[in-house]
Every structure is written in structure tokens, then in C-alpha cells.
Design a protein around this ligand. Structure first.
Ligand SMILES: Cc1cc2nc3c(=O)[nH]c(=O)nc-3n(C[C@H](O)[C@H](O)[C@H](O)COP(=O)(O)OP(=O)(O)OC[C@H]3O[C@@H](n4cnc5c(N)ncnc54)[C@H](O)[C@@H]3O)c2cc1C
Ligand code: SF4
Ligand code: SF4
Length: 631
């Protein structure tokens, strides 16, 4: 009992004695030794003391929690989607589970796999080219999938969660001119925080138009040998270089790898979507020539149209063929020279199909049944006007509304575009520093060229940063990491920093270094073939001998399915899995291994290629070194 409690009890007794002796008359009726006034006093004092005790305890408890919250930092803003937002997303009538899980909007999804890679619980997978929530009940609502989804508005939204989705910090730039907070330095494409190929290509052309206007009003700068330096030649940089060449600017294009290497690193045969669908294609590299070979959007002639064509007879076919021919002459010019021969026939077929479809659709709006007379009365009477309208619609479709195409076709067309425009780029040259000069209106650009890392310095009046988000791959830091090997009559780099097509490697001794999802998937792909989520070992003649080296442990982000496949392959002796082992020395045909802690040699194994899949450096440090702020 506390002193306070003893004091209260004594005070209570004293009060009772006082009440009984002073207030209560001697003849008053007593109940159990006390008058009613005595009992009432006891109750009153009891309630009062209780209230004081509760008030005191509550104040202390609130104070404790408040001080803990203050120590924990500012409160995190947590919000739930309200009914208006759900309606806006079209989710108000959604009948899915009530627990937290991601919802995919297939019409926005570009199938880039960012959400699948971000999810550590294998909730998502790519199905038919777009993401799908294949195991929503496994969702732990960390919202990484939504945060990583590059499209805007998001194609992946986690619902029924109170968790906040933290947006990724982006470099400071003016939305209209693309200029950063460093005057004269512009930023476009993925690295600016705006994802997607279509956006990067559009920004590439627009930034050149802005720079041309800016330079036209600026005094000449004799110290700079270039008007504009373009750092990074992905879709954004390639579009900028082509636009700069057309605008007759003195441009310098610098690419650390090969032109359009991002696209080249996509899996072979990947269908690339040109989204957002709401925007037309615009930029320095064009899409004329894409979508002609039968890819996802190819199709046969509409059978309903055939009825109309047959009913009208040969004059319809003759007219379509002749119109398509003249139109072909105009459009083939827009296709890169190197591809014209191959794409001539598919272009003619496409033009005939589109013209037929439009004329048939027009006739259907005028009636049905007697197609020959509808053709005479409504079409032939206004033939030239109608054909001109159809032609402009088809031209627009073939040059700005291509939904996408396969990786290989896209590379052919864009590299052809750049060759036709004589765009020249310094490949295999990495930009190391960009600095605004103190003695004039220009920038100094420092680079390293080739495997020898030969230093170069350029001066350009304006700079465009178009380096994407891939960053430079982390290196193994071996003294001879650039080692070239002679293999099947070719000279190739021994260390490879990405795996595009696993079937390029058969019957080889391979080492995969890394402990993340990318490394695990690569190791499995080099010894097995996938059929959906299942894998089966490659045929004996395609089999590789794979050793996987993991410095420490598998990364915590490695998916359960990936771990399972890796350990199964290891148990079956298909992958030689070694933890705590690294590379001590690399020779042309073998590799010496070491214990990463003791540095003791632990063996020498035969080896053709090493896959260094140990992540990459995000470009933020490079941007900050230029003076660009990231918020
Ligand atoms: C697997 C996958 C699938 C995708 N699918 C689609 C899709 O279907 N549709 C779509 O629209 N988008 C897709 N994307 C996204 C798309 O690839 C990017 O939005 C697009 O490539 C951005 O172009 P960019 O020019 O901004 O950057 P990038 O294409 O990343 O090009 C940047 C270039 O800069 C170079 N570089 C970097 N640092 C330096 C340096 N210091 N010096 C010199 N050069 C440097 C790089 O080597 C690279 O070539 C996909 C992405 C991935 C990974
Ligand atoms: S990343 Fe997180 S929120 Fe998204 S599906 Fe996976 S577990 Fe759920
Ligand atoms: S990250 Fe977004 S765009 Fe990419 S696959 Fe997932 S949902 Fe689709």
C-alpha cells in the first residue's frame, strides 16, 4: 500500500467521525452503525478518490506513449483507398478477397516483370505477357510490387491495405523543357523517373527541339566543339541523337555498352509493348516497318469482308491492288533501307488488307445485301475523297499506332533508322564525369573508352543525361576481368554481366557468381528448361556444368520458388552450389577458388565463362556528382 492510500483511508475515517459528531443529530436513524449521511459521504469520497486515481494513471499512460512516439520520429502517413478512389480505379465492384493483395490492370501492364521481381513471396507471375496475381493469399502487403511498377498510372495496385506506398525519389527537372536544376543539363527517359520506351523516344526528340531553341538564342561558345552531348544511347538517347543529326546540331553520343543494349538484353523473342496506348508514337526513331511480320497483332483477312469482295468482283480487287501499290511507294521510303526488300511484300499485303477492311466497313454503313450496287452508288461516286481519307488513316496507323513488336524486329528497324540517318555513336565508352565549366557556357565531359579505359575529354554546350536505371554492373574486381577467350573460333569476353538467352550456352563449364534472384534463375536456366513454373533438366547434348558461388547466403529477397528449384537442382547434382567461396584467380580455361573468409585456396575447376550477376550501381551518385538534386 502506498503512503497516499494510507493517507486517504485515514482522511476517510476522520471525515466519518467528524460527520457523525457534528452534522448528524443524536436521534438520527443509523444503518449498520452509520446514518444515511455517513454512507452518502463514504460513497462520495470513494468516487472522488477513484476518479483522481484513474485520471492520474491515464495521464501517466498517455505521457508514456506520447514520449515513445516522439522518440520514434514523425508519424507515418497511412491511408486506405476510400470508396471514391476505388470507383476511379474501377474496383468498386471488385469481388476479390478482402485481405491485402495486388490487383493488376492488364490494359496498363507492359509485362516488364518489375513487380514479379520485387515480390519476395511469389504472389505475382507473368501470364500471357502481363502480370497476374497467381497466389494472392501469400501477399504480405509490403507494397514493393506497386512501388516498383514503372507505368503511370500504376498497373499493379495493392488493395485492402493500410500500408503506405513510398514513391521512389526522382531527379529534379522542369517538366516542359526537361532541364535539371543544373542550367544546360537535361535529363530524359527512365533515369528521370518517367518509364517506358515510348516516353523515352518522345522525350529524346522533344529535348533536342528545346536545346535547339535555347542554343539559337545563346551567344556562340568557341571553347565547346559540340553543341550537345548525349550520355546513354537507349531508346531515349538514340531518339535524341537522330533528332540532333536532323536538326544539324554538332552532337556527341556516348554509350558504355552497345547502342540500344537495354533492348538487346531483353530475352530473345520478347514481345515489346509500346505503351501507353493513349499516346501516338513520336520521336527520332520511327516505328514504320514494325508490326508487318506476323507477330502478336498479325491476323488473317476478315471473312465478312470476303463476302463483300466476292460480291463486287474483280474491280474491287483491282482497285485495292492499284491503290495499295501507289501507297506502298510512299510508305516503303519510311522503312530503313536495309529492310525494304524483306518488308516490301508484307507491307503490300498489310495495305491491301487495311484498304479492303475500310472500304467494306464503309459499305456496311450504307446498307447490306446488294454490295455491288452499294459500291457503285456510294463508294465510286466519291471514290477519290474516300480513298484519300483511308490513306491518311492507314498512314497514321502504320507510323504512330503500332502496338509493339518482337525485340529482334525492333532492333532491326531502329538500328536501320540510325544507319539511314548516318547517326554515329561512340560505343563501349563510359561517361565518368560531367562538369559545368567556370570559364564559359559549356560542360566538360570525361569518359573512358574501351577495355583499356583510355581517358577522353570533350566539351559540349549542352548535355542530355539518358542513362536509364540499369546503372553499371558490379564487377568481380579481378585484375584480369577483361580477359578474352578464344572459343569455337571466336574471341569473347570471359566474364559476362547478364544472361539474355540461356540456350546460347551448351556443353560449357560455367560459373555463376551471385546470391540474388537473377543469379539463381540464371544458374537454373543454364541446366534446365522451363515449362511454366516447372523445370526439367536439359537434354544431355545441351547440358552445361554449372558451379554457383555465393559469398555469404542467398539474398533475403530470393523467392521461395527460386530457392526450391535451386536446391532441387543441387540435390540432383545438376548445380554445384558453394557457399562462402569466391574466385581467387581467373585463367583462360580454369578458375582457382578460395574461401572468402580465410582466403585459402579450395580448388581449381575447369571453366569457359563466368556470369557475374552481383547487381549494379544505381545512377544516383553519378547524377549527384553533376549537381543534380534528387528528391
Ligand atoms: C525486361 C524488361 C522488359 C521491358 N519491357 C518493356 C516494354 O514492353 N515496353 C516498354 O515501353 N518498356 C519496357 N521496359 C522498360 C524500357 O526498357 C525502358 O523504359 C527504356 O529502355 C528506357 O529507355 P532509356 O533510353 O531511358 O534508358 P535505357 O534503355 O536504360 O538506356 C540507357 C543507356 O545508357 C547507357 N549508360 C548508362 N550509364 C552510362 C554512362 N555512364 N556512360 C555511357 N552510357 C551509359 C546504358 O548502357 C544504356 O544503353 C522493359 C524493361 C525491362 C528490364
Ligand atoms: S510485393 Fe508485397 S504487396 Fe506486392 S504482391 Fe508481393 S507480398 Fe504482396
Ligand atoms: S511492374 Fe507493372 S507494368 Fe511491369 S509487369 Fe508488373 S504490373 Fe505490369
Amino acid at each position: 500500500m502506498k503512503a497516499l492510500h494510507i493517507f486517504v483511508c485515514l482522511a476517510l475515517i476522520a471525515l466519518l467521525i467528524w460527520v457523525n459528531q457534528t452534522i448528524v443529530p443524536d436521534d438520527a436513524v443509523a444503518y449498520g452503525g452509520l446514518s444515511w449521511v455517513g454512507w452518502a459521504s463514504i460513497l462520495l469520497v470513494g468516487f472522488g478518490v477513484g476518479f483522481l486515481a484513474i485520471f492520474n494513471d491515464s495521464t501517466r499512460a498517455f505521457g508514456f506513449f506520447r514520449s515513445r512516439d516522439e522518440k520514434a520520429g514523425p508519424p507515418i502517413h497511412v491511408r486506405k483507398l476510400d470508396s471514391a478512389e476505388l470507383k476511379e480505379l474501377g474496383l468498386d465492384k471488385y469481388r476479390g478477397p478482402s485481405y491485402p493483395h495486388p490487383v493488376i490492370f492488364p490494359e496498363r501492364c507492359i509485362g516488364c516483370q518489375a513487380c514479379v521481381d520485387a515480390c519476395p513471396h511469389d504472389v505475382l507471375a507473368i501470364v500471357d505477357g502481363t502480370a497476374a496475381a497467381v497466389a494472392p493469399d501469400l501477399c504480405m502487403e509490403d507494397t514493393a510490387c506497386q512501388a516498383e511498377c514503372p507505368v503511370n498510372p500504376k498497373a499493379c495496385i495493392v488493395i485492402n491495405t493500410a500500408k503506405e506506398v513510398r514513391s521512389l525519389p526522382t531527379p529534379t527537372r522542369d517538366g516542359a523543357s526537361f532541364q535539371t536544376n543544373v542550367p544546360g543539363c537535361y535529363i530524359i527517359g527512365d533515369v528521370s523517373g518517367v518509364p517506358l520506351i515510348k516516353n523515352a523516344v518522345k522525350e529524346g526528340a522533344e529535348v533536342i527541339a528545346n536545346i535547339a531553341t535555347d542554343l539559337a538564342g545563346a551567344p556562340p561558345e568557341a571553347k565547346a566543339e559540340y553543341d550537345v552531348a548525349i550520355i546513354g544511347i537507349g531508346p531515349g538517347g538514340a531518339s535524341a541523337a537522330a533528332a540532333a543529326s536532323e536538326a544539324k546540331l554538332r552532337y556527341l553520343g556516348i554509350e558504355q555498352d552497345k547502342i540500344l543494349s537495354t533492348i538487346e538484353h531483353y530475352p530473345k523473342g520478347k514481345y515489346i509493348f509500346f505503351k501507353p496506348d493513349t499516346k501516338d508514337w513520336f520521336g527520332g526513331i520511327s516505328v514504320a516497318g514494325l508490326g508487318l511480320t506476323k507477330a502478336k497483332y498479325g491476323g488473317d483477312a476478315n471473312s465478312d469482308n470476303k463476302t463483300i469482295i466476292d460480291a463486287i468482283g474483280s474491280q474491287f480487287a483491282d482497285l485495292v491492288r492499284q491503290q495499295a501499290q501507289t501507297f506502298h511507294t510512299e510508305l516503303i521510303e519510311k522503312i530503313p533501307t536495309a529492310l525494304r526488300q524483306d518488308l516490301s511484300a508484307p507491307l503490300s499485303a498489310k495495305l491491301e488488307k487495311e484498304l479492303t477492311h475500310r472500304i467494306a466497313t464503309f459499305l456496311r454503313t450504307k446498307g447490306s445485301g446488294d454490295w455491288a450496287s452499294l459500291y457503285q452508288t456510294h463508294f465510286l461516286s466519291d471514290r477519290d475523297n474516300l480513298i484519300a481519307g483511308f490513306r491518311s488513316e492507314i498512314a497514321d496507323q502504320l507510323q504512330t499506332k503500332i502496338p509493339g513488336d518482337q525485340r529482334e524486329n525492333i532492333l532491326d528497324v531502329w538500328l536501320g533508322n540510325l544507319a539511314d540517318k548516318s547517326v554515329s555513336i561512340n560505343e563501349n565508352e563510359s561517361c565518368k564525369a560531367v562538369q559545368r565549366a567556370q570559364d564559359g557556357d559549356y560542360f566538360t565531359i570525361k569518359t573512358e573508352l574501351g577495355n583499356e579505359k583510355a581517358p577522353h575529354t570533350y566539351r559540349a554546350r549542352r548535355v542530355i543525361i539518358a542513362i536509364g536505371l540499369r546503372g553499371a554492373p558490379n564487377k568481380l574486381r579481378l585484375p584480369n576481368e577483361d580477359l578474352k577467350i578464344a572459343i569455337e573460333g571466336r574471341e569473347e569476353a570471359k566474364v559476362i554481366y547478364g544472361l539474355s538467352n540461356p540456350m546460347d550456352f551448351r556443353g560449357k563449364h560455367l560459373i555463376v557468381v551471385g546470391g540474388g534472384n537473377v543469379a539463381v534463375e540464371a544458374a537454373v536456366d543454364l541446366i534446365a528448361v522451363r515449362d511454366g513454373a516447372a523445370i526439367s533438366p536439359r537434354k544431355a547434348e545441351d547440358m552445361n556444368k554449372v558451379t554457383m558461388l555465393i559469398r555469404d547466403n542467398l539474398a533475403p529477397t530470393v523467392k521461395f520458388g527460386n530457392k526450391l528449384q535451386l536446391y532441387n537442382c543441387s540435390d540432383e547434382g545438376l548445380i554445384d552450389l558453394r557457399f562462402g567461396v569466391g574466385i581467387k584467380e581467373m585463367r583462360e580455361k580454369e578458375v582457382v577458388l578460395e574461401n572468402v573468409v580465410t582466403k585459402e585456396e579450395v580448388g581449381t575447376i575447369p571453366n569457359d565463362y563466368i556470369f557475374a550477376l552481383i547487381g549494379g550501381e544505381r545512377p544516383n551518385r553519378f547524377l549527384e556528382s553533376i549537381g543534380i538534386t534528387i528528391k
